[in-house]
Each structure stands twice: as C-alpha cells, then as structure tokens.
Design a protein around this ligand. Structure first.
Ligand code: F3S
Ligand code: F3S
Length: 105
C-alpha cells in the first residue's frame, strides 16, 4: 500500500484524490488516509502531491513510520469502505494525527 505521511497534516491539498483509480484516498479532519486494503499500488497519487506526503510503504522515511498504523487506526474507526467519494469526508482523524501539534505556519 501507499501511505500519506506528516506533510499532509493541516495541508490537505487533495490533488491525490483525483488521480486514484480505485477511490481509496479518504478525507479526515486534518489529513487524508489511504485505505491499505483498497490501494492497488498504482503509484499515480505519489508524484502529484505538492508537499511530497505520499510514499510506498517500503519507502516511508523512518521518522514517519507511525503513519502506516495511523491509517489502519483511522479505518478501524471510520469503517470507510466502498469508495471515498460516497463515504466521506469524515469528521475524525486517527488518534495519532489528532494528537499532533498544529502543523505548518
Ligand atoms: Fe495530502 Fe498531498 Fe493528497 S497534501 S491531500 S497527500 S495531494
Ligand atoms: Fe493507491 Fe495512490 Fe494508486 S492510493 S491505488 S497508489 S493512486
């Protein structure tokens, strides 16, 4: 799966949503989350993010490893399945993202 990491938090550019062929990028309050079971690893989202928040899981920088489990936890609470367009945006974040200090300037 691909994973959205810290640069997305409080930015939410949303360019990635338009690229995903399977509609597996879901919007939370402060960040977006890729559904790990729905992502087909096409890679289309990664280059369009202007803040370079998206990584293939094996390429996640060490200091952002928490974002993989963060997405799992987001979907445990969201139950977000069957496509982001019909299920979101969601009014919550993973506990990890919700607990971050405000990001950006
Ligand atoms: Fe976030 Fe980048 Fe998508 S900022 S919403 S991961 S385009
Ligand atoms: Fe997954 Fe991104 Fe493609 S979320 S399905 S790699 S557009």
């Amino acid at each position: 799966t691909y994973v959205i990491a810290q640069p997305c938090v409080d930015v939410k550019d949303r360019s990635c949503i338009d690229e995903c062929p399977v509609d597996c990028i879901y919007e939370g309050r402060r960040a977006l989350y890729i559904h790990p079971d729905e992502c087909v690893d096409c890679g289309a989202c990664e280059p369009v993010c202007p803040v370079e928040a998206i990584f293939f899981e094996a390429d996640l920088p060490a200091h952002w490893q928490d974002y993989r489990q963060s997405a799992v936890h987001f979907f445990e609470a969201a139950g977000g399945q069957g496509g982001a367009a019909s299920s979101g945006p969601h009014d919550h974040d993973s506990p990890f993202v919700a607990g971050l200090e405000p990001q950006g300037s």
